[in-house]
Design a protein around this ligand. Structure first.
Ligand SMILES: [Zn+2]
Ligand SMILES: [Zn+2]
Length: 456
């Protein structure tokens, strides 16, 4: 049994081979990923991996772009190995991970296929994992771009009844990233992967803060795995613009590990914090109001800069018990609900339901959290100092890769940024910076500060 403690550096290949490790936090952290192949020419390994995982006939899912980029090569290798397959290609130019796409691929599914191969990145992978869940088949992902961290996760980010939801699906048993293929991915997908990695500065910081304030489980070993991947990604970001295969390798590895870290933790904490909530909210608004929307990782990159402004504000404040209690006494849940309905349309309804169960706005619960915050303020500030780089640094890393760095580049006004920020506290049940600021009675001032920074 593999055991990892603070004195060791982890060996991810060994962790995957063993299916997980016994951690110094007292938990066993498992992953269902048995094989991870990241190399030049990795697609040639597909027939052997299909056979290793018991596949006799494969069902391939791709779209027009990913079929061209990788699907044809996968088919060629399966043909050469004499493994039969059915290849489904989404023919429309833009596929959303929704009922229509899952329904369409399900109607074409050949029940004689005993293994599913997703060939793509975000959307194709989300749909492929859902189909694997619905059909009970094993799932292999052939990555076509280092664009997001969902490869090693057992959830799919879907749109259901017009609302963005995260659903339990299936973790791939094998992840194949052929550097010859992913290095040729469109530039914006490479930039998106970097943005999704930079988000990890915030997610680890908020995970630790939540551990202090709410007692939520935190594991330093998992955080260490994510930090180390993040460091490598940042130091190779300059190579992305040149499509240097080594830089691309570091990014895809970082993204796969970040996804795996989330399965280790049993939550999205190691990989997603308030910056992801900005991104989710922009997607939710675009579904309702057709406002601008960009790739997940592109949005996360810009939102990481916005989150760093928010933490700059947190560093400047002096918590005050009376101010916080007065603020919460004057808070009206009815007025608040009206605001989020206006901001998100029917997308606000699940948020309102969530609060009915969670009751984070309950005055007694607030008073208890406030005492913990006041008693641990110095420690919270230390976490922020330890985990977060200056905003200018992240801006430079993104700019070097040619990625957007401002809300304006994404088509959002400073007012929209302010409103998005204050709604981030409601979209999931995680304790993030906006909740901390609400607890301290500083939310509106922080929102004003962010609006001013975002507008500059
Ligand atoms: Zn642990
Ligand atoms: Zn992400």
């Amino acid at each position: 049994m593999l055991v990892i403690d603070k004195s060791q550096t982890y060996d991810i290949e060994e962790i995957i081979k063993q299916g997980g490790f016994n951690c110094s936090c007292g938990k066993y952290h498992g992953t269902a990923v048995n094989d991870m192949v990241i190399s030049s020419g990795a697609v040639a390994r597909i027939p052997a991996l299909v056979e290793k995982h018991g596949g006799r006939k494969a069902f391939l899912i791709s779209d027009l772009n990913t079929h061209e980029a990788a699907g044809k090569a996968v088919e060629k290798h399966l043909d050469a190995a004499g493994i039969p397959y059915v290849s489904f290609v989404f023919r429309n130019t833009h596929t959303e991970p929704d009922e229509k796409a899952v329904g369409e691929v399900a109607l074409y599914f050949d029940s004689g296929c005993d293994i599913i191969l997703g060939i793509g990145s975000g959307t194709i992978n989300d749909i492929g994992k859902m189909l694997a869940k619905l059909t009970g088949r094993k799932y292999i992902i052939v990555c076509t771009a280092p664009s997001m961290d969902g490869y090693a996760s057992a959830t799919s980010s879907m749109i259901r009844s017009g609302i963005k939801v995260s659903l339990a699906s299936v973790c791939p048993c094998a992840i194949i990233a052929d550097l010859d293929i992913i290095s040729s991915a469109p530039e914006v997908l490479l930039q998106a992967g970097l943005g999704d990695m930079l988000a990890k500065y915030i997610s680890i910081c908020e995970w630790r803060i939540s551990n202090i304030i709410t007692g939520e489980f935190y594991c330093e070993e998992i955080a260490r795995i994510v930090r180390s991947s993040l460091r490598k990604c940042v130091s190779s970001s300059a190579g992305l613009k040149k499509r240097d295969p080594e830089a691309v390798k570091v990014i895809i590895e970082g993204l796969i590990l970040a996804g795996m870290a989330m399965s280790f933790a049993g939550s999205s904490r190691p990989g997603s914090g308030i910056e992801h909530y900005f991104s989710h909210l922009w997607e939710m608004r675009s579904l309702q109001f057709h406002t601008p929307v960009h790739l997940h990782g592109i949005q996360c990159g810009v939102a990481t800069i916005l989150a760093l402004y928010v933490y700059d504000f947190i560093r400047m404040i002096k918590p005050c018990r009376q101010k916080a209690l007065d603020y919460v006494r004057n808070f009206s849940i009815d007025t608040w609900n009206e605001f989020i309905i206006q901001f998100l349309g029917s997308g606000a309804l699940p948020l309102i339901e969530l609060e009915k169960n969670e009751r984070k706005y309950d005055r007694q619960k607030h008073a208890e959290r406030l005492e913990v915050i006041l008693a641990n303020w110095d420690e919270i500030l230390d976490v922020i100092t330890e985990e977060l780089p200056p905003e200018t640094y992240v801006r430079q890393v993104l700019a070097e890769a040619g990625a957007p760095v401002s809300a304006a580049e994404l088509g959002h006004s400073a007012d929209c940024i302010r409103d998005t920020f204050i709604v981030t506290k409601d979209i999931r049940d995680k304790y993030v910076a906006s909740r901390l600021l609400w607890d301290l009675g500083y939310l509106d001032e922080a929102a004003g500060y962010l609006k001013q920074k975002a507008g500059m």
